[in-house]
Design a protein around this ligand. Structure first.
Ligand code: NAD
Ligand code: IPM
Ligand code: MN
Length: 368
């Protein structure tokens, strides 16, 4: 049987820096756990635009459709900010999500004990936090038509359209309920049914899916603005949150700060099962290309490394190995290692991206 295949797309800014640390982890699993992957690498985002004039070459798109899992670093940067929308780096990532039909974006926010004092919120509020945001990823205002900048009379108008079909809501709701059953068995669905028709439909469909097939899961509904407030007030009230594409984008960045840093939050974007039974999948950190620190060896590689742990769990059925990797991360943090984004006022000298990756590999070694 051939090895499972991985396509690595480091992208832009700190993307290649954090991905280099993930490659060390992949190599460790090959050498020490007999889990070899067939790894190929390609360009996405600004890096692809520089070479091909497009943020995602058709050949790369085709490769992404064939592999068992895609790992992506980050895309974008100031150099590309004024490009036409059709070729912006972010469009490369959006095309991958859309064409692979990765509708369920899992964004877990877990607060490691060693970082509980580092969150901008009080220790009590975040210690032991373990929530899962399920963000709908292939529809909503990100993709709705009509969209564009048009001329109306003597001025321009910018238009984006929020749009959800029943089946799009149905399938992401099911993903959230399935996950909840394996965790705390609670789902909170967030929309703005008070002002948006798409929110009314969202609430109705989520409730219907629940009543028909998941009555054992506790379901609540919340307006997304109140949800943002509750996420800061007492985040531990949540288990699984299911929400649309745009609200999920905002809420997951906010949730990142509960864990100490945006550099900590991984994600899995999952689609329908392929012929081999594995879901179509792309794994990436929640953060972006961080142009302010790119090229300085300061980036925290943990979000990207934990994204690979999610790949082990969701694509390769290696839950125990995923836990091993998560424990290795927890260990280096407990040992006091901190990249610059995780520093408080305590005078600790930060470690570099590479040093953090090496320490996690050493902790993996120690776990054997
Ligand atoms: P960002 O996530 O890149 O950075 C926000 C802040 O968090 C910055 O101060 C940055 O230094 C810090 N940060 C982020 N990741 C970090 C890490 N791993 N270690 C340490 N610090 C980290 O968001 P932004 O500045 O709003 O966007 C920059 C570019 O990235 C834009 O072009 C945006 O479109 C793109 N972006 C891409 C993705 C993605 O590829 N998935 C996600 C978000 C933003
Ligand atoms: C994210 C990012 C992306 C999004 C951008 C880069 C397209 O912010 O993955 O959270 O808005 O979805
Ligand atoms: Mn985002």
């Amino acid at each position: 049987m051939s090895n499972p295949s991985l396509l690595i797309l480091p992208g832009d800014g700190i993307g290649p820096e954090v991905m280099a640390e993930v490659v060390k982890i992949i190599d460790w699993y090959g050498a020490k756990r007999g889990m070899a992957f067939d790894v190929s690498e390609d360009l996405v985002g600004g890096a692809a635009y520089d070479k091909h004039g497009t943020p995602l070459h058709d050949d790369t798109m085709a490769k992404a459709q064939e592999v068992d899992a895609v790992l992506l670093g980050a895309v974008g940067g100031p150099k590309y900010d004024n490009l036409d929308f059709s070729v912006k780096p972010e469009r490369g990532l959006l095309r991958l999500r859309k064409e692979m039909d990765l509708f369920a974006n899992l964004r877990p926010a877990q607060c490691f004990d060693a970082l509980a004092d580092f969150s901008s919120l009080k220790r009590d509020v975040v210690a032991g936090l373990d929530i899962m945001i399920v963000r709908e990823l292939t529809s909503g205002i990100y993709f709705g038509e009509p969209r564009g900048i048009f001329t109306e009379g003597n001025e321009r108008v910018g238009i984006n359209t929020q749009r959800y079909t029943e089946s799009e809501i149905d399938r992401v709701a099911r993903a959230a309920f399935e996950l909840a059953r394996k965790r705390g068995n609670r789902v909170c669905s967030m929309e703005k049914a008070n002002v948006m028709e798409s929110g009314v439909l969202w609430r109705e469909v989520v409730q219907k899916v629940h009543d028909a097939d998941y009555p054992d899961v506790e379901l609540s509904h919340m307006y997304a603005d109140a949800g943002a407030m509750q996420l800061c007030r007492w985040p531990k009230q949540f288990d699984v949150i299911v929400t649309d594409n745009l609200f999920g984008d905002l809420l997951s960045d906010a949730a990142a700060m509960l864990t100490g840093s945006l550099g900590m939050l991984p994600s899995a974007s999952l689609g329908l099962p392929m012929a081999n039974g594995r879901p179509k999948a792309l794994y990436e950190p929640v953060h972006g290309s961080a142009p302010d620190i790119a090229g300085q060896g300061k980036a925290n590689p943990i979000a990207c490394i934990l994204s690979f742990a999610m790949a082990l769990r969701y694509s390769f059925d290696q839950g125990a190995e995923a836990t091993r990797l998560e424990k290795a991360v927890e260990q280096v943090l407990a040992d006091g290692l901190r990249t610059a984004d995780l520093l408080g006022e305590d005078g600790v000298t930060p470690v570099s991206t590479t040093e953090m990756g090496d320490a996690i590999v050493a902790a993996l070694d120690a776990s054997l």
